[in-house]
Write a protein that binds this ligand. Structure first.
Ligand SMILES: [Zn+2]
Length: 662
């Protein structure tokens, strides 16, 4: 899987738990569970998160095998709604050819009617397999790889995306991402445990046995495991662990690219996929060391292992069509009924078809007006905060205000419906053809995007994902339709309740524009750390250090584990700036109570200790209980509203509190 660069996500996975996450100076006697329950202080002034959410959390059950009980970020609810929409579509008839309804109905009927067991491997896949097997040089193998992109809609083995150029936000460029795993071996896990390399070896042996000489299988299996291991050794773990690793990106020009890939004509390869030659003049590379190693590997010397890797990727992408023909590749069997399987695969693999239907059913102008008005209010809140931040020079404040003004809101109203003319020919004659044609169409769109100008009104993520995001190059926030439900938004609820819910999400995303990472982008969306004067950089850095200590020193999980203050700083700042902003909009005690309470509610979720541990290791977002309590513990208005005093669990001494803007 590649590393996702650029936008700072609202959250990666849902998370948090009931207890286990209390302030340091609250050690509980631990004789019996009753004494713990009695002595850990869970009142409003001691643990606001638990005070608000405790009853609900106690009644939630995490199902065995699951990481958490679904909280406010309820993707299941959205998926059920989409299934409901599909049921309606399936009942109807006479749809325009190529419309979303027509495509959903056709895809569903094709899927339930497809004979996976007996259809055999589709001919075009078979032809590509033969081409990979027969390749006698890396040049030939990369020709097969290009065909996998253009004819089967697969990702290039080079792993890249087309995105706004970091240093020139008026054009798109290719960004070579970091490989974070290979053949199922996760590079972060390999740091501690080589276990997954045996699985790589076994899979490579299986593939080799099926498609090449049996007697070579053992050696090829081992060589492939070493290839993955070497790739891991050449991976920069700091980049792996960095939330927004923009500062690591380096640029290669055409000559450097050619030099980096002596094993084949890399520019010719990219052109043959359809990428515009005029835009193959400069490239962004995330992990230079790994990328240089990739260049050494894609040569004739490692041809056998790369063939295995290519076949592995092909089998993964088209497993349901390939695996029934080979017992070596048969893995998990789905026990879901056919109806659920069909709907799940359409939701998960044909996002662009499903998304407009969701928006059509669950978004309207009234909601859009409400959201845009709230965005404007939040902008005004930030205007006040930035204008008054006299610890920054006037020049920087003025520049940040221009950046603030330029932030664009992207909502469901910006999502375009599919053009039936573009889609009317993708259906083919069966599920395989439709699935493949859809992937091919999406790849062709990516290819076309390289020569297009970046468009800051295009949603940054699917509208049916319960999430929101900020893109520093486009300086826009995307507010997905799927997050506009209670407790985030309820048009019948009080404004300040909504401000503590969706308002906080919006303020968080807008806050990313000024967080420790994204502040390095100027108001035109260009990455240029020097646009902030040295004096202001020093002032910001001093605050960064204090903020890192604040989150690391004052709060723990399970009373011993600390968050990584540096890694979570960008997200914590987005939360802190966001809270300072929305609090500035609430004028009365009652308004603030509604706002603080709903802020705690949106983060209510119960999770297992394992998933919490995972989060601390891998996620740039702090656990929910900390997102709530650590932020509120440093907001003066919170102290005033609830009369928090020394000795209360939520209390932090004034000199130890931090602020983003004050
Ligand atoms: Zn965020």
């Amino acid at each position: 899987m590649k590393k996702f660069v650029g936008t700072a996500l609202m959250f990666a996975m849902a998370m948090s738990l009931v207890a286990g996450c209390v302030r340091v100076e609250n050690p509980a006697e631990t004789e019996t569970s009753e004494t713990v329950a009695a002595e850990v202080k869970m009142g409003l002034k001691d643990n606001f998160y638990y005070y608000v959410n405790g009853d609900e959390l106690k009644s939630e059950d995490v199902i065995y095998g699951q990481a958490y009980a679904q909280g406010s970020f309820d993707q299941e609810l959205i998926n059920d709604r989409i299934k409901g929409i599909m049921d309606e579509v399936l009942k109807g008839d006479g749809y325009v050819k190529g419309s979303e309804e027509d495509l959903v109905k056709t895809a569903y009927n094709y899927y339930v009617g497809y004979d996976f067991e007996n259809s055999g491997v589709p001919d075009d896949i078979e032809a590509i397999i033969d081409e990979i097997r027969g390749a006698e040089s890396m040049e030939e193998l990369m020709k097969a790889d290009a065909k996998m992109c253009t004819d089967l809609g697969m990702e290039s083995v080079l792993t890249f995306e087309v995105r706004t150029d970091m240093r020139d936000s008026t054009r798109n460029s290719i960004l070579f991402d970091q490989f974070e795993d290979m053949m199922g071996a996760d590079f972060k896990e390999l740091v501690w445990d080589y276990g997954s390399l045996s699985s790589v070896r076994d899979q490579a042996e299986d593939i080799s046995e099926v498609f090449f000489e049996k007697e070579d299988a053992e050696k090829i299996g081992l060589d492939t495991a070493y290839l993955v291991y070497d790739m891991f050794l050449n991976t920069d773990q700091e980049i792996c662990n960095c939330a927004v690793p923009l500062e690591y990106i380096v640029y290669f020009d055409e000559a450097e690219m050619r030099e980096n890939f002596p094993g084949f004509d890399v520019i010719g390869y990219l052109s043959s996929i359809g990428y515009d030659k005029a835009h193959l003049d400069k490239f962004m590379v995330l992990d230079e060391g790994q990328f240089r190693f990739l260049g050494q590997v894609l040569t004739d010397e490692r041809l056998s292992e790369i063939k295995i890797f290519e076949l592995y990727r092909l089998i993964e992408k088209y497993r349901v069509f390939i695996a029934p023909s080979y017992e070596q590749f048969q893995g998990q069997i789905s026990y879901k009924d056919l109806d659920t399987q069909a709907k799940d695969i359409i939701i998960n693999s044909m996002t662009d078809i499903v998304d407009p239907l969701y928006v059509d059913n669950y978004y309207d102008e009234e909601t859009d007006e409400y959201i845009r008005a709230m965005c404007d209010d939040i902008k005004e809140g930030y205007r006040g905060l930035i204008s008054n931040a006299d610890w920054l020079t006037k020049e920087t404040r003025d520049n940040l205000l221009i950046k603030l003004d330029k932030i664009v809101y992207v909502t469901g109203m910006d999502l375009k419906r599919c053009d039936p003319d573009e889609y009317k020919n993708i259906c083919g004659n069966n599920w395989y053809e439709m699935y493949r044609n859809y992937l091919v169409k999406k790849n062709a769109e990516t290819v076309g995007k390289l020569k297009e100008k970046p468009d800051n009104t295009v949603p940054g993520m699917p509208m049916a994902a319960v999430n929101a995001c900020y893109d520093p190059n486009k300086n826009n926030i995307t507010i997905n339709t799927a997050i506009l439900n209670a407790p985030f938004l309820d048009l019948n609820a009080d404004y300040y309740t909504n401000l503590g819910g969706i308002g906080m999400v919006i303020a968080h995303e807008m806050g990313h524009a000024f967080d420790s990472n994204c502040i390095k982008f100027d108001y035109n969306g260009i990455y240029d750390p020097s646009w902030i004067s040295e004096k202001d950089v020093a002032a910001l850095e001093e605050r960064n250090q204090k903020a890192i200590s604040y989150f690391e020193d004052n709060f723990t999980v399970f009373e011993v584990y600390h968050v990584n203050g540096e890694k979570t700083l960008g997200e914590n700042y987005a939360d802190l700036g966001g809270m300072e902003c929305i609090v500035s909009l609430a004028k009365t005690k009652e308004d603030r109570e509604k706002l603080f309470t709903n802020y705690a509610v949106i983060w209510s979720i119960k999770k297992t200790s394992d998933s919490l541990w995972d989060q601390l290791e891998t996620d740039e977002h702090s656990p929910e209980i900390l997102r709530t309590n650590s932020i509120l513990s440093t907001i003066d208005e919170f102290y005033e509203t609830y009369d928090i005093q020394e000795g209360d669990g939520m209390y932090i001494a004034p000199e130890d509190r931090i602020s983003r803007w004050h």
